[in-house]
Write a new protein. Structure first.
Length: 242
Protein backbone atom coordinates (compact mmCIF):
# COMPACT_ATOMS: atom_id res chain seq x y z
CA UNK A 1 0.00 0.00 0.00
CA UNK A 2 1.41 3.38 -0.98
CA UNK A 3 2.57 5.73 1.75
CA UNK A 4 0.19 8.70 2.09
CA UNK A 5 1.43 11.83 0.38
CA UNK A 6 1.95 15.01 2.37
CA UNK A 7 1.17 18.38 0.89
CA UNK A 8 3.11 21.11 2.67
CA UNK A 9 1.80 24.67 2.55
CA UNK A 10 3.49 27.51 4.40
CA UNK A 11 1.25 28.53 7.25
CA UNK A 12 1.30 32.30 7.59
CA UNK A 13 1.22 33.77 4.11
CA UNK A 14 -0.04 32.61 0.73
CA UNK A 15 2.60 31.83 -1.93
CA UNK A 16 2.27 35.33 -3.32
CA UNK A 17 0.74 38.52 -1.96
CA UNK A 18 0.67 42.03 -3.36
CA UNK A 19 3.91 43.94 -2.88
CA UNK A 20 5.86 40.89 -1.81
CA UNK A 21 8.29 38.88 -3.93
CA UNK A 22 9.03 35.18 -3.53
CA UNK A 23 12.42 36.14 -2.11
CA UNK A 24 10.73 38.29 0.55
CA UNK A 25 9.11 35.14 1.90
CA UNK A 26 12.41 33.54 2.93
CA UNK A 27 12.54 34.91 6.46
CA UNK A 28 8.84 34.20 7.02
CA UNK A 29 8.70 30.69 5.64
CA UNK A 30 12.12 29.31 6.56
CA UNK A 31 11.31 28.69 10.25
CA UNK A 32 7.94 27.23 9.23
CA UNK A 33 9.44 24.79 6.75
CA UNK A 34 12.06 23.75 9.32
CA UNK A 35 9.34 23.06 11.88
CA UNK A 36 7.33 21.05 9.35
CA UNK A 37 10.47 19.15 8.35
CA UNK A 38 11.24 18.27 11.99
CA UNK A 39 7.72 16.92 12.47
CA UNK A 40 7.72 15.04 9.17
CA UNK A 41 10.97 13.35 10.14
CA UNK A 42 9.53 12.44 13.53
CA UNK A 43 6.01 11.35 12.60
CA UNK A 44 6.10 10.19 8.96
CA UNK A 45 9.68 9.28 7.98
CA UNK A 46 8.57 7.23 4.98
CA UNK A 47 6.34 9.89 3.40
CA UNK A 48 6.55 11.36 -0.09
CA UNK A 49 6.63 15.13 0.41
CA UNK A 50 5.46 17.76 -2.08
CA UNK A 51 6.59 21.25 -1.10
CA UNK A 52 4.62 24.20 -2.46
CA UNK A 53 5.90 27.03 -0.23
CA UNK A 54 7.81 29.93 -1.74
CA UNK A 55 10.55 30.65 -2.56
CA UNK A 56 9.99 27.12 -3.79
CA UNK A 57 13.48 25.95 -4.74
CA UNK A 58 15.01 27.13 -1.46
CA UNK A 59 12.17 25.75 0.69
CA UNK A 60 12.23 22.26 -0.83
CA UNK A 61 16.02 22.17 -0.48
CA UNK A 62 15.73 23.10 3.18
CA UNK A 63 13.09 20.47 3.88
CA UNK A 64 15.27 17.74 2.40
CA UNK A 65 18.29 19.02 4.33
CA UNK A 66 16.48 18.99 7.67
CA UNK A 67 14.66 15.68 7.19
CA UNK A 68 17.51 13.83 5.51
CA UNK A 69 14.91 12.07 3.37
CA UNK A 70 15.97 10.34 0.17
CA UNK A 71 16.08 12.62 -2.86
CA UNK A 72 13.22 10.80 -4.55
CA UNK A 73 10.92 11.37 -1.56
CA UNK A 74 11.05 15.18 -1.56
CA UNK A 75 9.92 17.24 -4.54
CA UNK A 76 8.76 20.78 -5.20
CA UNK A 77 5.63 21.82 -7.04
CA UNK A 78 6.33 24.58 -9.53
CA UNK A 79 6.89 23.27 -13.04
CA UNK A 80 3.39 21.82 -13.39
CA UNK A 81 1.93 25.19 -12.46
CA UNK A 82 4.27 27.21 -14.67
CA UNK A 83 3.83 24.83 -17.61
CA UNK A 84 0.07 25.03 -17.17
CA UNK A 85 0.14 28.80 -17.52
CA UNK A 86 2.47 28.44 -20.51
CA UNK A 87 0.04 25.95 -22.11
CA UNK A 88 -2.87 28.33 -21.72
CA UNK A 89 -1.04 31.25 -23.30
CA UNK A 90 0.20 29.10 -26.18
CA UNK A 91 -3.26 27.64 -26.81
CA UNK A 92 -4.86 31.07 -26.98
CA UNK A 93 -2.20 32.36 -29.36
CA UNK A 94 -2.46 29.33 -31.64
CA UNK A 95 -6.25 29.15 -31.47
CA UNK A 96 -6.27 25.54 -30.26
CA UNK A 97 -7.52 23.57 -27.25
CA UNK A 98 -5.36 23.74 -24.13
CA UNK A 99 -5.48 19.95 -23.77
CA UNK A 100 -3.71 19.55 -27.13
CA UNK A 101 -0.74 21.69 -26.06
CA UNK A 102 2.33 20.14 -24.43
CA UNK A 103 4.67 22.58 -22.72
CA UNK A 104 7.86 22.33 -20.65
CA UNK A 105 9.21 24.85 -18.13
CA UNK A 106 12.57 24.29 -16.42
CA UNK A 107 14.66 26.14 -13.86
CA UNK A 108 13.80 28.03 -10.70
CA UNK A 109 10.27 29.04 -9.81
CA UNK A 110 10.65 32.75 -10.47
CA UNK A 111 11.46 35.26 -13.17
CA UNK A 112 14.53 33.27 -14.28
CA UNK A 113 12.46 30.19 -15.15
CA UNK A 114 13.06 28.72 -18.62
CA UNK A 115 9.98 28.02 -20.77
CA UNK A 116 11.56 25.65 -23.31
CA UNK A 117 9.92 26.55 -26.61
CA UNK A 118 11.78 23.83 -28.52
CA UNK A 119 9.87 21.17 -26.53
CA UNK A 120 6.43 22.77 -26.89
CA UNK A 121 4.03 21.17 -29.34
CA UNK A 122 0.38 21.03 -30.33
CA UNK A 123 -0.33 17.32 -30.82
CA UNK A 124 3.23 16.88 -32.09
CA UNK A 125 3.38 20.06 -34.20
CA UNK A 126 6.11 22.44 -32.94
CA UNK A 127 4.58 25.70 -31.72
CA UNK A 128 7.15 27.63 -33.74
CA UNK A 129 5.21 26.53 -36.82
CA UNK A 130 1.98 27.94 -35.42
CA UNK A 131 2.96 31.10 -33.55
CA UNK A 132 5.24 33.92 -34.82
CA UNK A 133 8.56 34.39 -33.03
CA UNK A 134 7.67 37.79 -31.55
CA UNK A 135 4.44 36.44 -30.07
CA UNK A 136 6.27 33.42 -28.70
CA UNK A 137 8.77 35.65 -26.91
CA UNK A 138 5.94 37.70 -25.42
CA UNK A 139 4.33 34.48 -24.17
CA UNK A 140 7.62 33.35 -22.62
CA UNK A 141 7.92 36.68 -20.80
CA UNK A 142 4.32 36.51 -19.62
CA UNK A 143 4.84 32.98 -18.30
CA UNK A 144 7.84 34.10 -16.26
CA UNK A 145 5.76 36.84 -14.68
CA UNK A 146 2.49 34.91 -14.50
CA UNK A 147 2.41 34.74 -10.72
CA UNK A 148 2.90 38.49 -10.38
CA UNK A 149 0.18 39.13 -12.96
CA UNK A 150 -2.29 37.08 -10.92
CA UNK A 151 -1.29 38.80 -7.68
CA UNK A 152 -2.06 42.19 -9.26
CA UNK A 153 -5.49 40.95 -10.34
CA UNK A 154 -6.49 39.02 -7.22
CA UNK A 155 -4.19 40.18 -4.43
CA UNK A 156 -2.79 36.64 -4.16
CA UNK A 157 -1.59 33.81 -6.39
CA UNK A 158 -2.65 31.09 -3.91
CA UNK A 159 -5.78 29.81 -5.57
CA UNK A 160 -6.98 27.02 -7.86
CA UNK A 161 -3.95 26.44 -10.10
CA UNK A 162 -1.33 25.68 -7.39
CA UNK A 163 -3.73 23.26 -5.68
CA UNK A 164 -4.58 21.54 -8.95
CA UNK A 165 -0.89 21.17 -9.80
CA UNK A 166 -0.04 19.64 -6.43
CA UNK A 167 -2.96 17.22 -6.74
CA UNK A 168 -1.69 16.08 -10.15
CA UNK A 169 1.68 15.23 -8.59
CA UNK A 170 0.15 13.51 -5.56
CA UNK A 171 -2.15 11.47 -7.79
CA UNK A 172 0.80 10.35 -9.93
CA UNK A 173 2.45 9.04 -6.76
CA UNK A 174 -0.59 7.46 -5.11
CA UNK A 175 -1.75 5.74 -8.31
CA UNK A 176 1.72 4.89 -9.61
CA UNK A 177 0.95 6.69 -12.88
CA UNK A 178 4.59 7.12 -13.96
CA UNK A 179 3.78 10.60 -15.19
CA UNK A 180 6.48 12.74 -16.74
CA UNK A 181 6.07 16.18 -15.17
CA UNK A 182 8.25 19.26 -14.69
CA UNK A 183 9.04 19.56 -10.98
CA UNK A 184 11.73 20.81 -8.61
CA UNK A 185 13.90 17.73 -8.07
CA UNK A 186 17.20 17.20 -6.28
CA UNK A 187 19.99 17.23 -8.86
CA UNK A 188 23.09 15.14 -8.37
CA UNK A 189 24.95 15.92 -11.58
CA UNK A 190 22.05 16.06 -14.00
CA UNK A 191 22.25 19.04 -16.37
CA UNK A 192 25.65 19.79 -14.82
CA UNK A 193 24.33 20.78 -11.36
CA UNK A 194 24.92 19.15 -7.99
CA UNK A 195 23.30 19.55 -4.57
CA UNK A 196 20.55 21.75 -5.98
CA UNK A 197 16.79 21.66 -6.29
CA UNK A 198 15.48 23.03 -9.57
CA UNK A 199 12.71 22.42 -12.08
CA UNK A 200 13.45 19.56 -14.50
CA UNK A 201 11.37 16.81 -16.15
CA UNK A 202 10.83 13.91 -13.77
CA UNK A 203 8.87 10.66 -13.68
CA UNK A 204 6.63 10.38 -10.61
CA UNK A 205 5.31 6.98 -9.55
CA UNK A 206 4.81 4.84 -6.47
CA UNK A 207 8.47 5.25 -5.44
CA UNK A 208 8.27 9.04 -5.62
CA UNK A 209 10.57 10.77 -8.07
CA UNK A 210 11.66 7.68 -9.96
CA UNK A 211 13.77 9.35 -12.63
CA UNK A 212 15.18 12.73 -13.58
CA UNK A 213 14.88 12.98 -17.35
CA UNK A 214 17.70 14.74 -19.20
CA UNK A 215 16.73 16.53 -22.40
CA UNK A 216 18.95 18.19 -24.98
CA UNK A 217 18.99 21.96 -24.81
CA UNK A 218 20.25 24.53 -27.26
CA UNK A 219 23.17 26.72 -26.23
CA UNK A 220 20.75 29.57 -25.57
CA UNK A 221 18.44 27.41 -23.46
CA UNK A 222 21.36 26.02 -21.44
CA UNK A 223 22.65 29.54 -20.81
CA UNK A 224 19.24 30.55 -19.48
CA UNK A 225 19.15 27.45 -17.28
CA UNK A 226 22.62 28.27 -15.93
CA UNK A 227 21.39 31.75 -15.03
CA UNK A 228 18.36 30.29 -13.27
CA UNK A 229 20.51 27.77 -11.40
CA UNK A 230 22.80 30.58 -10.20
CA UNK A 231 19.78 32.50 -8.88
CA UNK A 232 18.52 29.41 -7.05
CA UNK A 233 21.97 28.72 -5.58
CA UNK A 234 22.21 32.30 -4.34
CA UNK A 235 18.84 31.99 -2.60
CA UNK A 236 19.79 28.68 -0.97
CA UNK A 237 23.05 30.17 0.30
CA UNK A 238 21.15 33.14 1.71
CA UNK A 239 18.72 30.80 3.47
CA UNK A 240 21.61 28.89 5.05
CA UNK A 241 22.68 32.06 6.86
CA UNK A 242 19.30 32.51 8.56
Amino acid sequence: MATPSIRIEQATRPPGVAGQSRDDLVETNLPIIRNVADNAKKHCPDAFVIVISNPLDAMVYELKRVTGFAAGKVVGMAGVLDAGRFQLFLARAAGVAVKDVRAMVLGGHGDTMVPVVSYCTVNGIPVRQLIPADKLQAIVDRTRNGGGEIVKLMGTSAFYAPASSAISMATAYLRDQKRLLPAAAYLQGEYGYKDLYMGVPVVIGASGVEKVVSIELSAEEKAMLDKSAAAVRELIEASAKL
